[in-house]
Design a protein around this ligand. Sequence first.
Ligand SMILES: [Zn+2]
Length: 164
Amino acid sequence: MTTRRSLLRTGMTALLAGAGLGRFGSAIAAGAGRFEITRTDAEWRKLLRGDVYEVMRRSGTERPFTSDLLHEVRTGTFTCAGCERDLFASHTKFESGTGWPSFWQPLPGSVLTQRDTSFGMVRDAVECSRCGGHLGHVFDDGPKPTGLRYCMNGIALHFRPASA
Ligand SMILES: [Zn+2]
């Protein structure tokens, strides 16, 4: 798994160096491939709860319809469970019916995407641009205005309500 991820990362870095922008036009910071927050696997394992670690550092997927954030409708910001970076504004959340919290647009520069061909599918994996934590996948069957569906593991997100 580690080897595969490293290969993916290497490929992605080369791709980004050539393209400059990800497929979905996310702003890619100079020096893509290096994250502002880097920790060893052992550190992440200590820092994150077991099921959160599995999703965020092992690209796992939570069981659908298990996230409390599915029903979060307050105004606020969804942040990365690994580093608390702001990722999604509440007004971009929508009910996709999939059982995973879904958004049509991330905050500018907050996520990176990389091609994921595991399980015989071609998908675009989404990760936090600050800590590299795996968040979920993005598909092109979302609602207007972007037509994108960021299908996120709720366990990889925290929610911060807007201050009243
Ligand atoms: Zn993060």
